[in-house]
Design a protein around this ligand. Structure first.
Ligand SMILES: Nc1ncnc2c1ncn2[C@@H]1O[C@H](COP(=O)(O)OP(=O)(O)OP(=O)(O)O)[C@@H](O)[C@H]1O
Ligand SMILES: [Mg+2]
Length: 358
């Protein structure tokens, strides 16, 4: 894994904390560990500590153990930006002080690669392995904790990575009892581990499969990532029918899955994009996120595993870019929508005056 320090400079840290005083006051108040170090890099852990102190909160180990909100990025088409949005929102959530678990649910393992894990040479236990062992009741072999890789220090951003063998999941899922709920059963059984996080994000494969289905049914609202172009909007119709089929098949089990649309790679100079966007807005008026993520070359740069200088989330690398600003706005709206907490309080409370989001 990459050894570069994950973190942000003081000005962005101040923004992420919602501290409205002067930069000098922020540095003096929250720079205790490195007094005098002007260019201090603030980690996600620092930001959590600062925000908790601003809200007079402390870590509560007696907190009720429940599975946190799950954000599952889905689309029945490849290349719409699921992995990009998932990875960047995950990093932004952590940089806002939340404890975040990412699950790579795609055998292509792009999210795993985005965070520098070389799945070809590493020994990975993926989510398919965990679910399979849990179904077989191989209790001793289900070690969820051991499958988790740390990305940011202090458990602020962790990941259950994937590798190509996750593609084999449908072969055993086929014979599993109540196969659509194997992921929910894993979450429930190991709630102690999952409850440690404020939010879980899943990067899904583009195909519709037993694997994507089981990862979907544990959620309330899916996040459908679309590019405002014909093929992508057509794929949204496929996802829509996939959701309806699951809901009607499992109505008795109380399944009532919904989806919310995130428009990505929007280029306002392209007429087809504007046409497709208008169509999306009129077809899904209540389901589209207000933040339209613009086409931004930094998202492509960050994917290059060999470019140590530029890879990694845009918020860290280019915090004032349009890409980072869109990611922050989107993240704030998802915090509201999914009620993502910071140690039991609505985490946006002290951030009301920060950023463009209302
Ligand atoms: N807003 C954006 N601006 C510019 N490039 C983008 C943007 N979002 C994603 N990309 C680029 O588009 C390509 C596909 O993105 P990504 O891998 O995130 O899509 P995906 O939906 O996860 O694909 P797959 O279905 O294969 O998993 C990548 O090269 C990524 O860098
Ligand atoms: Mg992907």
């Amino acid at each position: 894994m990459s050894a570069r320090p994950f973190g942000v400079k003081a000005r962005l840290a101040q923004e992420l904390c919602g501290f409205t005083g002067s930069p000098k006051a922020f540095r003096e108040k929250y720079n205790v560990a490195d007094k005098g170090q002007y260019h201090r890099i603030y980690t996600a852990e620092d930001i959590r500590r600062i925000r908790m102190s601003m809200l007079s909160l402390s870590e509560d180990s007696s907190r009720e153990k429940t599975v946190p909100p799950i954000l599952n990025f889905r689309m029945a088409k490849g290349g719409t930006g699921k992995t990009t949005i998932c990875g960047n929102v995950a990093s932004a959530l952590a940089m806002m002080g939340h404890k975040v678990l990412m699950i790579d649910g795609d055998p292509q393992a792009s999210l795993t690669g985005l965070f520098g894990i070389d799945w070809v040479s590493e020994n990975i236990t993926h989510i398919g392995d965990l679910m399979n062992r849990n179904e077989k009741k191989e209790k001793d072999f289900v070690d969820v904790q051991a499958a988790i890789w740390p990305i940011y220090a202090g458990g602020m951003l962790d990941m259950i990575p994937a590798d190509i063998t996750l593609a084999d999941s449908d072969s055993w899922l086929m014979g599993a009892t109540n196969r659509e709920f194997v992921f929910s059963r894993l979450l429930k059984r190991y709630v102690d581990v999952f409850a440690h996080y404020d939010v879980i994000l899943i990067d899904s494969a583009p195909s519709t499969s037993l694997l994507t289905n089981t990862l979907m049914t544990a959620c309330k609202t899916l996040l459908a990532v679309v590019v405002p172009e014909g093929p992508s909007t057509k794929a949204l119709e496929i996802l829509d029918s996939n959701v309806h089929e699951l809901n009607s098949a499992f109505a008795d089990a109380g399944l009532n899955l919904d989806y919310h649309v995130i428009v990505n790679r929007y280029n306002q100079t392209k007429k087809p994009h504007n046409d497709a966007l208008s169509k999306l807005v009129s077809t899904y008026p209540d389901q589209i996120n207000d933040t339209i993520v613009r086409d931004f070359i930094g998202f492509v740069r960050q994917n290059d595993a060999f470019d140590e200088k530029n890879n990694g989330p845009v918020l860290e690398k280019e915090p004032n870019s349009v890409g980072a600003r869109d990611v922050l706005d989107l993240t704030k709206s998802l915090i509201r929508m999914f009620d993502i907490k910071l140690a039991d309080v609505n985490s946006l409370a002290p951030l009301a005056s920060v950023g463009r989001a209302a």
